[in-house]
Design a protein around this ligand. Structure first.
Ligand SMILES: Nc1ncnc2c1ncn2[C@@H]1O[C@H](COP(=O)(O)OP(=O)(O)OP(=O)(O)O)[C@@H](O)[C@H]1O
Ligand SMILES: [Mg+2]
Length: 637
């Protein structure tokens, strides 16, 4: 008996993803089976955990397995598991929608990407999951009954805009996905997936380490021509991480990595280790060779799975990997934890904390090794993940030094090549005690900002920090190797040698006297915007620049906090004037002669506006600024 069918529409993003599958932008279609097996395996893991947590759940967990059934006549392939199954509502939510964050953005990017290779690259970063069935099937039927429920649900779709759902009474617990296969098309890498050898080959290649038996009926014909059928287990079920390093082939690691990460490319580094002693665990971690598309979305997950004695416990185990290493993928299998362990317990468990500390140290030291041995690979690592790694400078105090060691930064020394801090320190000029840096929105804004002038003129190297996270960590990290970090846009700058100072001293004193009146008048004029007007020692060609006090927040950081919804008072900054610039000396004279002239006051205002623009800042009243400037220009014609 069934309760009639109901038709539903797929969610918009789901429809788009389905379209991509139907029009098969992937070249490698074989992977659909890996996806279905991985879902079945997840469902078996979940059932085992559920049975463990809820003793009243009357389910048999003694023979959990995945069955593959092929029917060459009907041209169908069925993947059947006796796992947790889905309720009707779950089918609608889990199969009818894509809950992953960032899906809409990804679909947009794929649409915009012109060529197929680009799309493939993009989608390769995204788990395609269940929908990959539509690469090889023109109709998919799913029959599922959730453990503990009496009725089952039948779902069917041709991958178009809609699917139908029907409640049915009789079905085994678990899920069976039946693919109605498209005709074979070898040119399009669409093979005959009713061929036993092909299925066996795919399972071996992609799913060998799945912890549950993947079974298939195999026909045998003996010498007398009698055909018998027997059930065979296709996979070895050996957990890769539990094997000794020497026994695992490079390719096996790579396949396992792909299975875990759904990434198409090879990992950048494999970290396989075993901890023995009072608290034993095995871990197999991977550093990917490229960042996932959602590395910087708020809900980005961490990539480490926790197993206990070969039993899958959870994905996204936050207790094992800090957020700044969220791109590290892998498995940690602990021997002495309870299967029943909850997130709450994990947070407090001392062993888990020890494990985490060790794993983090291992990942960081591995990067350090790569850095020492293979510059190119390190550069790939840094360009993909550096931005995330630097977040660790904010909250992982224990490893701050190591994180600084493995970081690299753009600098004025070379337009392209990055520098490490150790290299910077080695190049520091005699007598230089601080590491100079500037933060800003882009390399060119910083390079053209007036703050840099004196540093450039005197040949000091300056780090150019343009990532948003840079604004944050420079606030909290004091020094590297005993050398303080010093912003070139903050505090007083003192680049002169003692000798230069001795020579310039009297001249400077004279300048201070000459400009005293102008400076205090301007401070009054611009009081709403600046807290002080003073003479500068960091300018060589620009008339003026704006700087902050040593501990002031930068305007970019202020803006970032506001964007995050925090209330921020505006920090007033300091206007510095170049006493040798004709505009500044001219202004002094004009002010000396015509104190009451509005044009003089307007020039002071323009000077401030120009300083703001020069560092890439924003004018509070751009319309007024342009009007004043246009008036001025008109008079010069
Ligand atoms: N055989 C199954 N048994 C029970 N639930 C399933 C099964 N197949 C799919 N599901 C449910 O449907 C959801 C969607 O599956 P899908 O493969 O598209 O994504 P995923 O497995 O969550 O993520 P990904 O495959 O990208 O790692 C799953 O999360 C799961 O809840
Ligand atoms: Mg899946």
């Amino acid at each position: 008996m069934s309760s009639g069918t109901e038709t539903f529409e797929f969610q918009a993003e789901a429809r788009q993803l389905l379209q991509l599958m139907v029009h098969s932008i992937y070249s490698n279609k074989d992977i659909f089976l890996r996806e279905l097996i991985s879902n079945a395996s997840d469902a078996l893991d979940k059932l085992r955990l559920a049975a463990f947590a809820d003793k009243d759940l009357a389910v048999d967990t003694s023979d959990l397995h995945i069955d593959l059934e092929i029917d060459p006549e009907a041209r169908t392939l069925t993947v059947r598991d006796n796992g947790i199954g889905m309720s009707r509502d779950e089918v609608i939510i889990l199969i009818g929608t894509i809950a992953k964050s960032g899906t809409a953005e990804l679909m947009q990017k794929i649409k915009e990407s012109k060529d197929a290779a680009g799309s493939q690259e993009l989608i390769g970063q995204f788990g395609v999951g269940f929908y990959s069935s539509f690469m090889v099937a023109d109709k998919v039927t799913l029959l599922t009954r959730r453990a503990g429920e009496a009725t089952a649900t039948r779902w069917e779709s041709d991958g178009g805009a809609t699917y139908v759902i029907e409640t049915v009474d009789d079905a085994a617990q678990g899920t069976a996905v039946t693919l109605h296969l498209r005709p074979e098309d070898k040119d399009d890498q669409l093979f005959d997936y009713t061929a036993g050898w092909k299925i066996r080959e795919i399972v071996k290649r992609y799913s060998d380490f799945i912890a549950w038996p993947i079974r298939m009926a195999v026909e045998r014909t003996d010498n007398d021509g009698n055909t018998t059928s027997e059930i065979q287990t296709l996979n070895s079920m050996k957990a890769l991480w539990a094997r000794s390093k020497d026994d695992v082939k490079e390719d096996e690691y790579k396949e396992f990595y792909r299975h875990l990460s759904h990434d198409w490319s090879d990992p950048l580094e494999i970290i396989h280790m075993r901890a023995e002693g009072t608290f034993e665990y095995e871990s197999l971690l991977f550093i990917p060779s490229r960042a996932p598309f959602d590395l910087f979305t708020r809900s980005a997950k961490r990539g480490v799975q926790l197993y206990v004695k070969r039993v899958f416990i959870m994905d996204d185990c936050q207790e094992l990997m800090p957020e700044y290493l969220r791109f590290v993928k892998g498995v940690v299998d602990a021997q002495d934890l309870s299967l029943n362990i909850s997130r709450e317990i994990l947070q407090q468990d001392r062993h888990i904390q020890l494990m985490r500390r060790r794993l983090v140290k291992k990942v960081l030291s591995t990067v350090k090794d790569i850095m020492a041995s293979d510059a190119e690979r390190y550069q790939t690592f840094w360009s993909e993940f550096g931005r995330a790694v630097k977040e660790g400078l904010l909250d992982d105090h224990d490893n701050q030094k190591t994180i600084l060691d493995i970081s690299s930064f753009a600098s004025t020394r070379d337009p392209e090549e990055l520098t490490t801090l150790a290299q910077y320190v080695e190049r520091m000029k005699e007598g230089q005690t601080e590491i100079y840096y500037s933060t800003g929105e882009s390399r060119s804004t910083i390079e053209n900002s007036p703050h840099l002038e004196a540093f450039r003129a005197k040949g000091y190297e300056v780090l150019l920090l343009t990532d948003p996270v840079d604004e944050m960590w420079v606030q909290s990290v004091q020094d590297y190797d005993g050398k303080r970090f010093q912003s070139i846009a903050k505090g007083q700058v003192d680049l002169d040698t003692d000798e230069e100072k001795a020579n310039a001293g009297p001249e400077r004193e004279q300048q201070e006297k000459d400009f005293a009146e102008l400076l205090s008048w301007m401070a009054g004029q611009l009081g709403e915007n600046v807290k002080e007007v003073r003479l500068s020692s960091r300018l060589t060609t620009s008339p003026a620049c704006i700087v902050g006090d040593a501990h002031d927040m930068t305007p970019t950081l202020e803006k970032m906090y506001r964007a995050m919804g925090q209330e921020m008072p505006t920090v007033k900054r300091i206007l510095e004037l170049n006493p040798t610039h004709p505009l500044v000396t001219g202004l002094r004279e004009a002010h000396g002669q015509r104190k009451e002239d509005v044009a003089v006051a307007e020039t002071a205002e323009l000077l401030y506006g120009m300083a703001l623009l020069a560092e890439g800042g924003e004018l509070s009243d751009p319309a007024r600024f342009t009007r004043l400037l246009a008036d001025r220009l008109a008079r010069t014609l």
